[in-house]
Ligand binder design. Structure first.
Ligand code: FES
Length: 119
């Protein structure tokens, strides 16, 4: 699988994702299909809602295609820059805010599950 690709599925295994890179997924969270971003780094998966805290727009400029500047994810709409390490915005119109984190865990069946605290 290419490093930046959009995937729509509810049954996703770690092996369905790249070893490294960023993907966008549509997954069920709290009963609703939700767009998320997953950063794959070996055994580590970091995930956030695919919604910029500035105006709520998707972070990818087309599904699965992201702007990356060094170790930062850049919002295609107005250029806010978020550290990939923790989703914190270091510059742009929502500086000081963060992407909303999504929990990722592996079910006993081997499928990945995703969760997000309700706001
Ligand atoms: S919507 Fe992301 S910077 Fe404005």
């Amino acid at each position: 699988m290419p490093q930046d690709q959009s995937v729509s599925a509810s049954l996703i295994r770690r092996s369905d994702l790249p070893d490294a890179g960023i993907v966008s997924l549509m997954v069920p969270i709290n009963g609703e299909m939700t767009a998320i971003i997953v950063q794959c780094d070996g055994a580590t998966l970091r995930a956030w809602l695919n919604a910029c805290p500035h105006e709520g727009r998707r972070m990818d400029y087309v599904p699965g295609k992201f702007l990356i500047d060094k170790q930062n994810l850049v919002c295609a709409a107005h250029g806010a820059s978020f550290r990939l390490a923790d989703g914190f915005c270091t510059s742009g119109p929502c500086r000081g805010e963060s992407l909303r984190p999504v929990s990722v865990w592996q079910a006993e069946s081997g499928e990945l599950r995703f969760g997000c605290a309700e706001s």
